[in-house]
Design a protein around this ligand. Structure first.
Ligand SMILES: *Cc1c(COP(=O)(O)O)cnc(C)c1O
Length: 246
Protein backbone atom coordinates (compact mmCIF):
# COMPACT_ATOMS: atom_id res chain seq x y z
CA UNK A 1 0.00 0.00 0.00
CA UNK A 2 1.35 3.43 -0.91
CA UNK A 3 1.42 6.28 1.58
CA UNK A 4 -1.40 8.03 -0.24
CA UNK A 5 -3.55 4.87 -0.23
CA UNK A 6 -3.09 4.53 3.51
CA UNK A 7 -3.85 8.22 3.97
CA UNK A 8 -7.14 7.90 2.04
CA UNK A 9 -8.07 4.83 4.06
CA UNK A 10 -7.38 6.66 7.32
CA UNK A 11 -9.38 9.67 6.15
CA UNK A 12 -12.34 7.44 5.31
CA UNK A 13 -12.19 5.80 8.72
CA UNK A 14 -12.07 9.18 10.43
CA UNK A 15 -15.03 10.53 8.46
CA UNK A 16 -17.05 7.36 9.13
CA UNK A 17 -16.27 7.63 12.84
CA UNK A 18 -17.35 11.27 12.92
CA UNK A 19 -20.59 10.37 11.10
CA UNK A 20 -21.28 7.62 13.63
CA UNK A 21 -20.62 9.92 16.59
CA UNK A 22 -22.89 12.62 15.16
CA UNK A 23 -25.63 10.05 14.54
CA UNK A 24 -25.39 8.71 18.09
CA UNK A 25 -25.47 12.24 19.52
CA UNK A 26 -28.79 12.71 17.73
CA UNK A 27 -30.14 9.32 18.82
CA UNK A 28 -29.87 7.92 15.29
CA UNK A 29 -28.50 4.65 13.94
CA UNK A 30 -25.08 5.25 12.36
CA UNK A 31 -26.03 2.73 9.69
CA UNK A 32 -28.85 5.01 8.51
CA UNK A 33 -26.32 7.50 7.16
CA UNK A 34 -24.51 6.69 3.92
CA UNK A 35 -21.25 8.34 2.97
CA UNK A 36 -20.95 9.47 -0.64
CA UNK A 37 -17.25 10.03 -1.32
CA UNK A 38 -17.07 13.02 -3.65
CA UNK A 39 -14.32 12.12 -6.09
CA UNK A 40 -14.46 15.13 -8.41
CA UNK A 41 -10.91 16.19 -7.54
CA UNK A 42 -9.63 12.64 -7.04
CA UNK A 43 -7.72 10.55 -9.55
CA UNK A 44 -8.86 7.10 -10.68
CA UNK A 45 -6.15 5.67 -8.40
CA UNK A 46 -7.57 7.59 -5.44
CA UNK A 47 -11.03 6.18 -6.11
CA UNK A 48 -9.59 2.66 -6.36
CA UNK A 49 -7.76 3.21 -3.07
CA UNK A 50 -11.03 4.24 -1.42
CA UNK A 51 -12.74 1.21 -2.95
CA UNK A 52 -10.00 -1.05 -1.58
CA UNK A 53 -10.62 0.54 1.84
CA UNK A 54 -14.28 -0.46 1.60
CA UNK A 55 -15.94 2.70 0.22
CA UNK A 56 -18.71 1.75 -2.23
CA UNK A 57 -20.47 5.00 -3.19
CA UNK A 58 -18.93 7.90 -5.05
CA UNK A 59 -20.21 11.28 -6.21
CA UNK A 60 -19.26 13.35 -9.23
CA UNK A 61 -20.51 16.85 -10.02
CA UNK A 62 -19.65 17.15 -13.73
CA UNK A 63 -21.35 14.79 -16.15
CA UNK A 64 -18.64 14.32 -18.79
CA UNK A 65 -15.58 14.29 -16.54
CA UNK A 66 -17.53 12.12 -14.12
CA UNK A 67 -18.55 9.64 -16.81
CA UNK A 68 -14.90 9.30 -17.79
CA UNK A 69 -14.06 8.35 -14.21
CA UNK A 70 -16.99 5.94 -14.00
CA UNK A 71 -15.80 4.16 -17.14
CA UNK A 72 -12.18 3.93 -16.05
CA UNK A 73 -12.83 2.90 -12.47
CA UNK A 74 -15.48 0.36 -13.43
CA UNK A 75 -13.12 -1.09 -16.02
CA UNK A 76 -10.38 -1.49 -13.40
CA UNK A 77 -12.73 -3.50 -11.18
CA UNK A 78 -14.10 -6.77 -12.49
CA UNK A 79 -17.18 -7.89 -10.64
CA UNK A 80 -18.82 -5.39 -8.35
CA UNK A 81 -18.65 -1.70 -9.21
CA UNK A 82 -19.40 1.41 -7.12
CA UNK A 83 -22.76 3.13 -6.89
CA UNK A 84 -22.23 6.37 -8.78
CA UNK A 85 -24.06 9.51 -7.68
CA UNK A 86 -24.46 12.55 -9.94
CA UNK A 87 -24.47 15.33 -7.34
CA UNK A 88 -24.05 18.46 -9.47
CA UNK A 89 -26.18 20.66 -11.71
CA UNK A 90 -26.72 19.04 -15.11
CA UNK A 91 -27.10 21.02 -18.33
CA UNK A 92 -29.90 19.60 -20.43
CA UNK A 93 -27.68 18.60 -23.32
CA UNK A 94 -25.61 16.43 -20.98
CA UNK A 95 -28.57 14.51 -19.61
CA UNK A 96 -27.79 11.49 -21.80
CA UNK A 97 -24.35 11.13 -20.19
CA UNK A 98 -25.99 10.99 -16.77
CA UNK A 99 -28.55 8.40 -17.82
CA UNK A 100 -25.85 6.24 -19.33
CA UNK A 101 -23.34 6.28 -16.47
CA UNK A 102 -24.95 7.22 -13.16
CA UNK A 103 -27.12 5.36 -10.65
CA UNK A 104 -28.75 8.20 -8.72
CA UNK A 105 -29.31 11.90 -9.49
CA UNK A 106 -29.20 14.31 -6.52
CA UNK A 107 -29.84 17.57 -8.29
CA UNK A 108 -33.14 17.57 -10.13
CA UNK A 109 -33.37 21.35 -9.83
CA UNK A 110 -35.87 22.53 -12.45
CA UNK A 111 -38.86 21.31 -14.45
CA UNK A 112 -37.20 21.21 -17.91
CA UNK A 113 -34.38 19.03 -16.63
CA UNK A 114 -36.79 16.68 -14.86
CA UNK A 115 -38.73 16.27 -18.10
CA UNK A 116 -35.67 15.61 -20.21
CA UNK A 117 -34.28 13.16 -17.67
CA UNK A 118 -37.58 11.29 -17.61
CA UNK A 119 -37.67 11.07 -21.41
CA UNK A 120 -34.14 9.70 -21.71
CA UNK A 121 -34.57 7.31 -18.79
CA UNK A 122 -37.69 5.85 -20.43
CA UNK A 123 -35.86 5.61 -23.79
CA UNK A 124 -33.09 3.69 -22.03
CA UNK A 125 -35.65 1.28 -20.60
CA UNK A 126 -34.70 2.00 -17.00
CA UNK A 127 -35.80 3.96 -13.98
CA UNK A 128 -33.75 6.59 -12.13
CA UNK A 129 -33.74 7.27 -8.39
CA UNK A 130 -33.80 11.05 -8.04
CA UNK A 131 -33.71 13.75 -5.37
CA UNK A 132 -35.05 17.28 -5.83
CA UNK A 133 -32.54 20.00 -5.01
CA UNK A 134 -34.03 22.77 -2.89
CA UNK A 135 -32.55 26.21 -2.35
CA UNK A 136 -33.39 26.73 1.31
CA UNK A 137 -30.97 29.57 2.06
CA UNK A 138 -32.19 31.82 -0.74
CA UNK A 139 -28.64 32.48 -2.00
CA UNK A 140 -28.88 33.64 -5.62
CA UNK A 141 -25.81 31.60 -6.56
CA UNK A 142 -27.50 28.32 -5.67
CA UNK A 143 -29.41 26.05 -8.00
CA UNK A 144 -32.60 24.31 -6.97
CA UNK A 145 -36.28 24.85 -6.42
CA UNK A 146 -36.91 27.93 -4.31
CA UNK A 147 -37.65 26.78 -0.76
CA UNK A 148 -36.52 29.88 1.07
CA UNK A 149 -39.04 30.62 3.81
CA UNK A 150 -41.43 27.83 2.74
CA UNK A 151 -42.60 27.42 6.37
CA UNK A 152 -43.95 30.98 6.53
CA UNK A 153 -44.80 31.58 2.90
CA UNK A 154 -47.71 29.50 1.59
CA UNK A 155 -46.95 30.60 -1.96
CA UNK A 156 -43.43 29.15 -1.82
CA UNK A 157 -44.75 25.98 -0.22
CA UNK A 158 -47.51 25.50 -2.76
CA UNK A 159 -45.10 26.04 -5.63
CA UNK A 160 -42.83 23.30 -4.26
CA UNK A 161 -45.78 20.97 -3.83
CA UNK A 162 -46.74 21.62 -7.46
CA UNK A 163 -43.19 20.92 -8.63
CA UNK A 164 -43.16 17.67 -6.66
CA UNK A 165 -46.44 16.71 -8.32
CA UNK A 166 -44.89 17.44 -11.71
CA UNK A 167 -41.93 15.15 -10.99
CA UNK A 168 -44.22 12.43 -9.66
CA UNK A 169 -46.18 12.55 -12.92
CA UNK A 170 -43.07 11.83 -14.99
CA UNK A 171 -42.47 8.20 -15.98
CA UNK A 172 -39.23 6.54 -14.99
CA UNK A 173 -38.49 8.94 -12.15
CA UNK A 174 -38.23 7.31 -8.75
CA UNK A 175 -38.43 10.28 -6.36
CA UNK A 176 -36.65 9.39 -3.12
CA UNK A 177 -36.06 12.67 -1.31
CA UNK A 178 -34.44 16.09 -1.18
CA UNK A 179 -30.98 17.56 -1.51
CA UNK A 180 -29.54 20.93 -0.53
CA UNK A 181 -26.29 22.86 -0.56
CA UNK A 182 -25.74 24.97 2.53
CA UNK A 183 -24.07 28.37 2.28
CA UNK A 184 -20.37 28.55 3.05
CA UNK A 185 -19.96 29.55 6.70
CA UNK A 186 -17.10 29.89 9.17
CA UNK A 187 -19.08 28.07 11.83
CA UNK A 188 -21.16 25.03 10.79
CA UNK A 189 -23.70 25.96 13.47
CA UNK A 190 -24.70 28.85 11.22
CA UNK A 191 -26.10 26.44 8.63
CA UNK A 192 -28.00 24.21 11.04
CA UNK A 193 -31.28 26.07 10.31
CA UNK A 194 -30.87 25.28 6.59
CA UNK A 195 -30.62 21.55 7.28
CA UNK A 196 -33.46 21.71 9.79
CA UNK A 197 -35.69 23.47 7.28
CA UNK A 198 -34.99 20.84 4.59
CA UNK A 199 -35.83 18.08 7.00
CA UNK A 200 -39.09 19.81 7.96
CA UNK A 201 -39.90 20.13 4.26
CA UNK A 202 -39.37 16.39 3.82
CA UNK A 203 -41.82 15.80 6.68
CA UNK A 204 -44.37 18.11 5.08
CA UNK A 205 -43.99 16.23 1.81
CA UNK A 206 -44.38 12.89 3.59
CA UNK A 207 -47.68 14.15 4.90
CA UNK A 208 -48.84 15.65 1.60
CA UNK A 209 -47.64 12.73 -0.61
CA UNK A 210 -47.81 9.64 1.62
CA UNK A 211 -47.68 7.31 -1.38
CA UNK A 212 -44.06 8.32 -2.09
CA UNK A 213 -41.19 6.41 -0.47
CA UNK A 214 -39.49 9.55 0.89
CA UNK A 215 -36.28 8.29 2.41
CA UNK A 216 -33.34 10.54 1.61
CA UNK A 217 -32.00 13.85 2.77
CA UNK A 218 -28.77 14.57 0.90
CA UNK A 219 -27.02 17.28 2.90
CA UNK A 220 -23.67 17.95 4.50
CA UNK A 221 -20.19 18.35 3.05
CA UNK A 222 -16.66 18.44 4.52
CA UNK A 223 -17.25 21.58 6.58
CA UNK A 224 -20.69 20.75 7.95
CA UNK A 225 -21.52 17.05 7.64
CA UNK A 226 -21.72 16.41 11.37
CA UNK A 227 -24.36 19.11 11.82
CA UNK A 228 -26.20 17.70 8.80
CA UNK A 229 -26.20 14.21 10.33
CA UNK A 230 -27.52 15.61 13.60
CA UNK A 231 -30.33 17.19 11.58
CA UNK A 232 -31.28 14.01 9.75
CA UNK A 233 -29.04 13.59 6.70
CA UNK A 234 -29.15 10.10 5.17
CA UNK A 235 -26.60 10.85 2.43
CA UNK A 236 -23.59 13.04 3.17
CA UNK A 237 -21.41 14.20 0.28
CA UNK A 238 -17.82 14.52 1.47
CA UNK A 239 -14.86 15.29 -0.77
CA UNK A 240 -11.97 17.20 0.78
CA UNK A 241 -11.95 15.36 4.09
CA UNK A 242 -11.30 12.14 2.16
CA UNK A 243 -9.21 13.10 -0.84
CA UNK A 244 -7.70 16.39 0.31
CA UNK A 245 -7.91 19.77 -1.39
CA UNK A 246 -7.71 19.77 -5.19
C1 LIG B 1 -17.79 19.23 -4.24
C2 LIG B 1 -19.15 18.92 -3.74
C3 LIG B 1 -19.34 18.33 -2.49
C4 LIG B 1 -18.19 17.98 -1.55
O1 LIG B 1 -17.59 19.13 -1.05
P1 LIG B 1 -16.37 19.04 0.02
O2 LIG B 1 -16.38 20.37 0.64
O3 LIG B 1 -15.16 18.73 -0.79
O4 LIG B 1 -16.70 17.95 0.96
C5 LIG B 1 -20.64 18.04 -2.10
N1 LIG B 1 -21.69 18.33 -2.89
C6 LIG B 1 -21.55 18.89 -4.09
C7 LIG B 1 -22.75 19.17 -4.93
C8 LIG B 1 -20.27 19.23 -4.57
O5 LIG B 1 -20.13 19.80 -5.77
Amino acid sequence: MTEREAWIRDNLNRVQARIAEAALRAGREPGDVRLVAVSKTATDEDVLAAWAAGQREFGENRPRAGAQKVLQVNRALDDATPLWHMIGHVQRRKTNVVVEHFDLVHAVDRRVFAEKLSRLVVDAGRTMPVLMECNVSGEASKYGYDANGWEQDAGVRDTIFAEVEAVLALPGMELQGLMTMAPIADDPEEVRPVFRSLRALLSALQERFPEVAWQHLSMGMTDDFEVAVEEGATLVRVGRAIFGPQ
